[in-house]
Design a protein around this ligand. Structure first.
Ligand code: GRG
Length: 309
């Protein structure tokens, strides 16, 4: 069954499904290697929570986008995966903390109990915090293992840190928490999501491009793709939250309960769907403008709005 996977130029629905499954295996192998380095340095009582947060499934989109960006910009070989999984370590920590009672207070994630439900709030808080420096080290070591010059290694860690920090994901999460029970304007919602979700997705593309030595034109193409795709991803996320059950999503739909403004609460389901499509078109246009022929990235842009969880 290929529900949630559409055919695009150069990719049938089945090929897209197989491509994602193959990439996920590669990413999960690299994550296991990363954990083999991280866990021995972590006090034993936090290892279970840390492992749960990193290995409990998920689409692995950020590393997959990083690898696809790398290949689109001419990068070759498998050496990109250790760098790419630094993005997933940040993503894992963000979900562990996001699910805590002081934030979204969620019990279910990826069809399983959230990390704090399985391992307790204290351990989850610490394990999530431990993942932040671990991700920075992973990015630096991954970049060095690719034989990149030190200045480029530094630049890659900077991309990750900026996307995750106050101007990016953490800043967006703060706006999200402060915006509960308020009606945000469309511009405020775009700004919030450009930071909270979009910044790390965009950095995934940029890091792949930088690692591959992308030309300024190609890097601008990846950047524009990441920006548009990040918004499309969030609109799709809001649509899924508004229209799917906990069983379909593997997590509890929560936006309405938490009093959040969403693309659906602002525009309604149909108009939000149209906006997501516009962003998919913009993402593909950015690739063309950047001179990037990447059937994988085109297929991923489609997948991001067609996915079922
Ligand atoms: C201290 C204010 C403060 C923040 C800490 C918790 C946090 C940092 C940031 C939260 C950011 C966040 C939860 C963004 C949500 C992004 C999102 C839509 C996640 C779902 O991503 P998918 O669909 O998940 O890629 P899977 O499960 O496939 O990995």
């Amino acid at each position: 069954m290929t529900e949630g996977f559409s055919a695009t130029e150069g990719f049938s629905a089945t090929e897209l499904k197989d491509y994602l499954a193959t990439e996920r295996v590669q990413v999960e192998g690299a994550l296991e290697n990363a954990l083999a380095g991280i866990l021995p340095r972590v006090p034993e009582e936090f290892r279970g929570a840390l492992r749960h947060g990193v290995t409990s499934g998920g689409k692995r989109l950020r590393p997959i986008l990083c690898v696809a960006g790398f290949r689109a910009a001419g990068g070759e070989g498998e050496g990109i995966y250790p760098l790419a999984v630094s993005l997933e370590l940040i993503h894992a920590y963000s979900l562990m903390h996001d699910d805590l009672p002081c934030m979204d207070d969620a019990d279910l994630r990826r069809g399983e109990p959230t990390t704090h439900k399985a391992h307790g709030e204290d351990r989850t808080t610490v394990a999530g915090a431990l993942l932040i420096p671990a991700a920075a080290l992973q990015a630096h070591e991954g970049a060095r293992a690719m034989g990149l010059p030190e200045e480029k290694c530094r630049l890659l860690v900077e991309e990750l840190a900026k996307a995750s920090g106050g101007g990016g994901m953490v800043g967006g999460q703060l706006l999200d928490l402060l915006g509960e029970d308020q009606e945000l304007s469309a511009d405020q919602l775009d700004d919030l999501h450009r930071r909270k979700t979009g910044a790390l997705l965009r950095a995934s593309l940029r890091m792949g491009g930088i690692a591959a030595g992308a030309s300024p034109q190609a890097l601008a193409g990846l950047d524009g793709y990441g920006e548009a795709m990040g918004l499309a991803f969030q609109i799709a996320d809001d649509l899924l939250d508004a229209t799917s059950s906990a069983q379909e999503l593997g997590k509890n739909p929560s936006d309405a309960d938490l009093g959040k403004s969403t693309y659906v609460s602002l525009f309604g389901v149909e108009e939000a769907g149209r906006k997501a499509e516009e962003q998919v078109d913009a993402a593909i246009q950015a690739l063309d403008d950047g001179g990037l022929a990447s059937p994988e990235l085109k297929a991923l842009a489609r997948y991001i709005v067609d996915r079922k969880r």
